[in-house]
Design a protein around this ligand. Structure first.
Ligand SMILES: [Zn+2]
Length: 236
C-alpha cells in the first residue's frame, strides 16, 4: 500500500507534535490547513490520534535504553541523596555503568538477519511499516531520517512481553517493550528512526537488557528474536 500526499508533505513528526499540542500556533495552523485539503495526511493524523488513545505513550526520537529495574535510584529524599547514591553505586553497578559510559569501539553486529524464526511451536516474525512524508510502505527495508516505523509482530498466541531493539552504528536502543496479546501482525508500537547509518530492528520475546556487551546481547537474543535490516535512502 502506498498513498501519496497532495502537496507539501507533512512529516509524521509534525503530526505527532500536533497531536501532543506541541506545535507553535502558526505551524499548527499551517498543518491544520494542509490536513483540511489532504486525505492522506488526514488519515495519518487520525491513525496517530487512535494510537494515542490506545496504548502508546508519545514516542520521542529513539528514547534512551530501558533502564533495568535494579538501576532505578531510590526515591530522591534530598537529605540523604548523597548516601543513597553511594549505596547505589556498588562495584557491580559501577562496572555496568562503566560499560554503559564507555564508547563502544565496535559497531554492534546484528545478531540475526531472519525476519521470522520458529519459537514456542509457532513463529516469531517482524514486519516494519514505514510512515514518512505522507507515504506508507509495508514491509520496508529502507528508511529516511525522521521516518516513523510501525512495528508489526507475529507471535504464538499468548500474553508475551515483546521488546523492540534498534541497532544502529555502535548504539543499541530499546524504543518499545510491553506486554502484548500475541497473534498475527499485532502492532507493538511505533518509533522514529533518525540518522543515515544502516540499522537493524529486532523484536524479542521477553525483556532485553540493552546495556549488555554486544556478545551478551547476541546471547540474549539467540533463539527468541526476529530482525529486519534497513538501509538509509539518504546515505551518501
Ligand atoms: Zn498531505
Amino acid at each position: 500500500m502506498s498513498t501519496a500526499c497532495v502537496s507539501v508533505p507533512i512529516s509524521w513528526l509534525q503530526l505527532e507534535q500536533r497531536q501532543l499540542g506541541e506545535l507553535a500556533e502558526p505551524q499548527r495552523r499551517a498543518v491544520d490547513q494542509h490536513l483540511a485539503e489532504c486525505a492522506t495526511c488526514r488519515a495519518c493524523a487520525e491513525r496517530i490520534a487512535r494510537d494515542a488513545q490506545r496504548t502508546l505513550p508519545p514516542l520521542p526520537a529513539l528514547p534512551a535504553p530501558l533502564a533495568p529495574a535494579r538501576a532505578a535510584p531510590p526515591a530522591p529524599l534530598r537529605t540523604n541523596r548523597r548516601l543513597q547514591r553511594l549505596l547505589w553505586l556498588t562495584p557491580a553497578l559501577a562496572a555496568s555503568l562503566l560499560i554503559l559510559l564507555l564508547p563502544r569501539a565496535q559497531p554492534v553486529a546484528p545478531p540475526f538477519a531472519a525476519a521470522r524464526v520458529s519459537i514456542k511451536g509457532g513463529e516469531l516474525a517482524l514486519s516494519l511499516v514505514r510512515e514518512g512524508h505522507g507515504e506508507v510502505t509495508e514491509a520496508t527495508r529502507v528508511y529516511a531520517s525522521g521516518d516513523r516505523l510501525r512495528v508489526l509482530v507475529t507471535c504464538p498466541p499468548a500474553q508475551e512481553q515483546v521488546t523492540a531493539l534498534v541497532l544502529q552504528g555502535a548504539s543499541v536502543e530499546v524504543p518499545l517493550s510491553r506486554v502484548l496479546s500475541c497473534g498475527n501482525a499485532v502492532v507493538l508500537g511505533a518509533f522514529t528512526l533518525t540518522g543515515d547509518a544502516p540499522a537493524t530492528v529486532c523484536v524479542a520475546l521477553g525483556a532485553v537488557d540493552a546495556r549488555s556487551t554486544p556478545a551478551a546481547l547476541a546471547r540474549q537474543l539467540a533463539g527468541r528474536s526476529a530482525c529486519v535490516a534497513l538501509t538509509s535512502s539518504t546515505a551518501r
